[in-house]
Design a protein around this ligand. Structure first.
Ligand SMILES: NC(=O)c1ccc[n+]([C@@H]2O[C@H](COP(=O)([O-])OP(=O)(O)OC[C@H]3O[C@@H](n4cnc5c(N)ncnc54)[C@H](OP(=O)(O)O)[C@@H]3O)[C@@H](O)[C@H]2O)c1
Length: 418
């Protein structure tokens, strides 16, 4: 009896908290997860509504996933329109300049959008960019309620989307899935708050941590399935970067090559760091026949004549300031890339370049492929060069977020701990 009373009191307390503010509605979900059994009918009905909210938001997240890597410099967003518990339209962000997820769903719904509830993974935009504001379209379509997963930190939005909707009589709810919303667009959030691209370091190494043999051979450390995954990751990046030594040693093309002919291919901007323009004019990365574009970053130590030769090969050459060692200043580089709307940058090495990015604290995420091989040799390179650190306490901390096996190889995705 006493236990029954306690449960009822707990229900009432949770229910009161839940309706007190929008955010507390999600205490009910937490209570459910903790297996605190509801006893009142009202409570159960309310819980049902909340669980439906979460189901619709998850659908919006899965729609956003379809757009991942294809919307830069915009975030990948998903939107669902629901009426009387039924999904009536779904949308996701199209490439920059085309419709955002909200408008995509509204266009599909037509007049049926009137009185709907919208679930969207990011606060709707309220400004004129390449397209008109989504908030205006939402209001004009007569949407009654909007639930979004996470606020947009873009200074042009940042609460203005919510305010516009509320000012026009739309009920707005911030969802409980903030962490998921952040994770899905982490590169975009970094880019809009820093003006620089989010940096992924990517390398393939052996079990003894070598990225090449003592002779510098690195093709191929991993098998076909792992390399295919590497190309899928390339396909989601805005740009891919290597040092000139990797160009000289490996002569890579740095294009995206996918075995699935139906998958849309995006070739990231190919970037080579080359302070004095040592790049051979025969390098494959500057072949004008390659799809996509190549950008060589150099300093004023390089010869103007070689710059002009490269430009004639249809290669972009950008002259930036040098650091104390006479090499490309990475801050200037990242600022310049941010100004070119590069939101994500995949740094493929080699060791010296990764050493510089790590030492400057610019690596936010690491994609490590590990092949079950041993090559040995003190002189064989490891992924991160440079001077390193003296004490373990100074080590950069990462958190392993994902691991997957591709053929015989393992892929580990780690994010920088903040
Ligand atoms: N297994 C893998 O995943 C993988 C991936 C890539 C490469 N690799 C291997 O790595 C080896 C090449 O690596 P590496 O370490 O010798 O060379 P690297 O990192 O590819 O290139 C280093 C060069 O980049 C230029 N650079 C310009 N600005 C820089 C900066 N701020 N910081 C660092 N470098 C800058 C410098 O040349 P200048 O001073 O002339 O500008 C420097 O010598 C090859 O054997 C390749 O096969 C393996």
């Amino acid at each position: 009896m006493r236990e029954g009373n306690n449960t009822a009191i707990l229900d009432i307390v949770l229910f009161a908290l839940a309706i007190a503010t929008v955010r507390f509605r999600y205490t009910l979900v937490s209570a459910y997860a903790l297996n605190l059994k509801p006893c009142t009918r009202l409570y159960r009905a309310f819980l049902f509504v909340i669980m439906s909210d979460s189901k619709h938001m998850q659908l919006a997240f899965s729609l956003a996933e379809k757009a991942a890597g294809k919307t830069s410099p915009n975030p990948a967003v998903g939107a669902v329109l629901v009426k009387h518990g039924q999904v009536i339209a779904k949308g996701y962000t199209h490439p920059a300049g085309e419709q955002h997820a909200e408008v995509d769903a509204l266009l599909k719904a037509g007049d049926a959008a009137q009185g709907c509830t919208m679930y969207v993974t990011l606060e709707p935009c309220a400004h004129y960019g390449r397209t008109p504001p989504c908030t205006k379209a939402i209001v004009e379509a007569g949407v009654a309620e909007v639930h979004y997963a996470i606020g947009d930190p873009n200074p042009k939005v940042n609460g203005r989307g919510r305010k516009y909707l509320e000012d026009h009589g739309v009920k707005v709810f911030a969802d409980a899935s903030v962490a998921q919303g952040y994770a899905q667009n982490r590169a975009f959030f970094h880019y809009v708050t820093t003006g620089q691209p989010y940096v992924f370091a990517k390398y393939a190494m052996t079990l003894d941590g070598k990225i090449a043999t003592v002779t510098g051979e690195s093709k191929w450390i991993t098998g076909g399935a792992a390399r295919e995954h590497g190309h899928r990751l390339r396909n989601q990046s805005d740009a891919i970067l290597v040092g000139v030594e990797t160009v000289i040693a490996d002569d890579p093309q740095l294009t995206t090559r996918l075995s699935d002919a139906h998958e849309a291919v995006k070739h990231p901007l190919r970037i080579v760091l080359d302070s004095t323009l040592r790049i051979p004019l025969t390098a494959r990365v500057i072949d004008p026949a390659l799809p996509g574009k190549t950008l060589i970053i150099t300093t004023n130590q390089s010869l103007v004549q070689k710059r002009q030769q490269l430009k004639r090969e249809n290669v972009d050459v950008l002259v930036l300031g040098a650091n104390a060692a006479g090499q490309i200043d990475l801050k200037l580089l990242l600022d310049a890339l941010g100004q070119r709307d590069i939101t994500s940058l995949m740094v493929e090495g080699g060791a010296q370049v990764l050493g510089s990015f790590v030492a400057a604290g610019y690596v936010q995420e690491i994609w490590t492929f590990i092949a079950p091989k041993l090559v040995g040799g003190v002189a064989a390179k490891t992924p991160v060069g440079g001077n390193g650190i003296a004490q373990l306490q100074q080590a950069l901390q990462f958190e392993i977020k994902e691991t997957k096996q591709f053929g015989a190889d393992l892929w580990v995705r780690s994010e920088r701990k903040v």
